[in-house]
Design a binder for this molecule. Structure first.
Ligand SMILES: Nc1ncnc2c1ncn2[C@@H]1O[C@H](COP(=O)(O)OP(=O)(O)O)[C@@H](O)[C@H]1O
Ligand SMILES: [Mg+2]
Length: 462
């Protein structure tokens, strides 16, 4: 019996199997490791909802499902799916009625090739949802692209709070469902709960008592990884994946796709650091770095070591020092100083210094391009071409490269004057110019008092 059973007419036929008095089940719209999700009609309110039916049986399973319903219901946030009701089917199976999200999982959405801006936007909102949940001391523990939905209007919703637990109370769940999924992308339960390919190393090691919001930060990092690379950080048999997760062994995003912006790789690596202490302290910090990246500001949450500070100094004084020397200085400083405790940061420091060297180079390229532009405007085409070639050697990607190729095709002309010089009024200034609506004639009025009509497709009148 449904908790919200509304008696129909006495002699009405019994409801079909799997139905409830209030909800009429429709097609299945999703399936996960533990539940099946159907679209359903709420007959009381006359609206469509989604009904999740738990597939696992037994009292422990029931407790877990009730916990999922209660946790989700506590989280009231635009990026968390709203829960309407926890009820029971006619046969006693518990179900969860929630808002039907019209959209698709992040995994499916990603296959449609969203822009970098859209992907970053989704990531920022996923971080917001998690910052909110963490403020309420709730861990999700199963963050992955399958459990985030992108709605038809671009809304982002974090779903499937089935493994969610209050921070610090992960131990002693008393539920050991002996199941081992064949896929590393599937949620598992038992001593180790989560999804291997997106699971933090401490989760993979079963150190459940140590889990805190930084374990979810790791999951956010793994999602960002997939959003950038198009594949999860780990692939393969679950047991092999678990070993790799524990060892923190995965290919850096730029090793798989070199066009990924360096700062974003830094964000992924920080979020997915093997030791929680090296990760972002919170989802908010990760969001702040994504914001910084998008606003082209330096990332804010990278720990500033002496090495890094030196790198920055070298960057600020790059005219004198040269970015290359800055990088070398960082290395020399780290070695000579004998400061072994900074050694672990060498990787980050080097990345950062290289990154700053990259920036310095790009600025140089842009300056060369501007110079080429100015020289061309003065008619010094030879010099302009030289400056342009220097710019071209540096600016090889993105809109900078487009600008270079446009400038190149312009300067490649024999006589690169962009507009044929037209002087219908001799040396007298032109007061007004208008193009006929059908485009066949240009009229100009000059200070000489003449109105000249000319055909824009014919050579200019002398
Ligand atoms: N409220 C909803 N609206 C639409 N689709 C949903 C909804 N909830 C879940 N789904 C779909 O069903 C799938 C499985 O749901 P999920 O809660 O992740 O189950 P499980 O706990 O078994 O993994 C999701 O990946 C999603 O595609
Ligand atoms: Mg799921």
């Amino acid at each position: 019996m449904s908790r919200t059973y509304q008696p129909d007419q006495e002699d009405a036929p019994p409801p079909p199997v799997g139905a409830t008095a209030r909800y009429q089940l429709g097609e299945r719209i999703g399936v996960g490791a533990t539940g099946e999700v159907f679209v359903a009609l709420d007959k009381n309110l006359g609206r469509e909802v989604a009904i999740k039916i738990f597939r696992l049986k037994g009292p422990a399973a029931r407790d877990r499902f009730v916990a999922e319903a209660q946790v989700t219901a506590q989280l009231q946030h635009p990026q968390v799916v709203p829960v309407f009701e926890l009820g029971e089917m006619e046969d006693g199976t518990p179900f969860l009625a929630m808002k039907r999200v019209e959209g698709e999982s992040l995994a499916a959405w990603l296959l449609r090739g969203p822009s970098l801006e859209q992907r970053i936007g989704v990531m920022q909102r996923t971080c917001d949802a998690m910052a909110y949940a963490h403020d309420r001391k709730i861990l999700h523990r199963d963050l992955k692209p399958e459990n985030v939905m992108v709605g038809a209007y671009g809304q982002v919703l974090v779903m499937d709070w089935g493994l969610a637990r209050p921070i610090g109370q992960v131990q002693g769940e008393g539920l050991h469902v002996e199941r081992f999924e064949r896929s590393s992308q599937r949620t598992m339960e038992g001593m180790i709960a989560g999804t291997p390919a997106y699971m933090s190393p401490e989760q993979a090691e079963g150190r459940v008592g140590e889990l805190d919001q930084r374990s979810d930060v790791y999951g956010l990092g793994a999602i960002l990884y997939e959003l950038l690379v198009g594949a999860p950080p780990f692939q393969g048999e679950p047991l092999t994946v678990l070993e790799q997760v524990k060892a923190g062994k995965f290919k850096r995003p730029r090793q798989r796709r070199p066009e990924i912006p360096r700062e974003l790789e830094v964000v992924v690596l920080k979020a997915m650091a093997r030791r929680p202490q090296q990760r972002y302290g919170s989802a908010t910090e990760m969001r702040e770095d994504l914001d910084a990246f998008w606003a082209r500001r330096p990332l804010v949450h990278l720990r500033s070591t002496w090495g890094e500070r030196l790198g920055k100094w070298a960057f600020r004084h790059r005219a004198a020092v040269g970015a290359g020397v800055g990088v070398a200085l960082v290395a020399v400083f780290l070695l000579l100083g004998g400061l072994w405790r900074y050694a672990v940061d060498v990787g980050t420091a080097r990345d950062r210094a290289l990154h700053e060297a990259d920036r310095a180079k790009i600025e140089l390229g842009r300056a060369r391009l501007a110079l080429a532009d100015a020289l061309a405007a003065q008619g010094r085409y030879g010099a302009a071409r030289e400056a342009l070639e220097e710019a071209a050697a540096i600016l090889t990607t993105g809109s900078d490269a487009t600008a270079v190729s446009l400038a190149r095709s312009f300067l490649a002309q024999d006589s690169p004057e962009p507009i044929s010089v037209c002087k219908p009024h001799g040396e007298a200034a032109i007061v007004a110019v208008a193009l006929a609506p059908d485009g066949t004639q240009v009229g100009s009025l000059g200070r000489d008092g003449r109105l000249v009509l000319s055909d824009p497709l014919l050579p200019p009148p002398r």
